[in-house]
Design a protein around this ligand. Structure first.
Ligand SMILES: NC(=O)c1ccc[n+]([C@@H]2O[C@H](COP(=O)([O-])OP(=O)(O)OC[C@H]3O[C@@H](n4cnc5c(N)ncnc54)[C@H](O)[C@@H]3O)[C@@H](O)[C@H]2O)c1
Length: 260
């Protein structure tokens, strides 16, 4: 396999679509997911498909990718898989956090805030540090994280994730600033509202969000995981070598469209 990508959260939603797209682009896929029950069944379908497209150049690990123990345990395995070759991409596409308000019936706790900000934000920094130390990132490698409009808007139940998104964007900016001289870039892709498993967990009114988004979005539809996968595929081209410390919008203009 000539080039490998590492996807944190590669079994459903944006991560799964990206795995399939990059597999079709010719990359070997290394991915983490953390699925039980029904989600595990969906994950098995994704893995079978990616395995098929890559002709077996596909390694999925069902474990908590945000724990330091997992990073230390799996980075040597990743090194073995790629034969020491640096990764083309580290993508953070993990959705795992507390979706509750700061006040009211179930006010968020410190533990929930710390966990959400760690898993959905800070963990990208620790993965990048450790991969860098293991020489698994080099000129041409991309660090990409997924952000959302919740990075500057307050929304029902989204407070903790919103804080994590802002942390992640600052982490990405700083990584790109520090590693840019090595030819390693870091960027965030801001996806519009996408009907995925994660969306259904933010609010019971997610279907209403989807309908309102379709009206508000200039292109009259919601974002698809395939839209985001296509953007990430594009960002791996050499023409994107100089895009660094940026937020790339993949939302049909949704975030520029006022509500009504
Ligand atoms: N859905 C949207 O509307 C939307 C919009 C903008 C940004 N995003 C962001 O996109 C990213 C992916 O979300 P999605 O909508 O595709 O959700 P999703 O629920 O479909 O996918 C989440 C993925 O994360 C994995 N995961 C969860 N916890 C994990 C852990 N501890 N370790 C390893 N893997 C773990 C799951 O197994 C799954 O593969 C998130 O960062 C989310 O905030 C989503």
């Amino acid at each position: 396999m000539s080039e490998w990508v590492l996807l944190l959260g590669g079994s459903t939603g944006h991560g799964a679509a990206t795995a399939k797209r990059l597999a079709r682009d010719g990359f070997g896929i290394i991915a983490f997911h953390f699925d039980r029950g029904d989600a595990k069944k969906i994950a098995e379908g994704t893995i079978a498909e990616v395995n098929d497209i890559t002709k077996g150049n596909c390694h999925y690990f069902n474990t908590n990718a945000a724990s330091e123990e997992s990073m230390d345990r799996y980075i040597p395995k990743i090194n073995e898989i790629t034969n020491g070759k640096p990764l083309k991409l580290l993508l953070h596409s993990i959705a795992f956090g507390t979706t509750t308000n700061f006040f009211g019936e179930k006010p968020v706790t410190q533990r929930q805030m710390d966990m959400t900000v760690h898993v959905m934000g800070n963990s990208l920094l620790y993965w990048t540090q450790k991969l860098h130390q293991a020489k698994l990132l080099s000129s041409g490698s991309r660090i990409i994280g997924l952000t959302s409009e919740g990075n500057y808007l307050a929304m029902d139940g989204y407070g903790p994730v919103s804080v994590a998104k802002v942390a992640m964007e600052a982490i990405i900016r700083q990584i790109g600033w520090e590693l840019g001289e090595l030819g390693i870039t870091a960027n965030a892709v801001q996806a519009g509202i996408t009907p995925t498993r994660a969306l259904t967990k933010i609010t019971d009114n997610w279907e209403e969000w989807v309908e309102n988004t379709k009206k508000r979005n200039p292109m009259r539809r919601t974002t698809t995981p395939e839209d985001v996968a296509g953007t990430i595929s594009m960002l791996l081209n050499p023409e994107a070598d100089f895009i660094n410390c940026s937020i790339i919008y993949c939302d049909g203009g949704e975030s520029r469209s006022g509500s009504f």
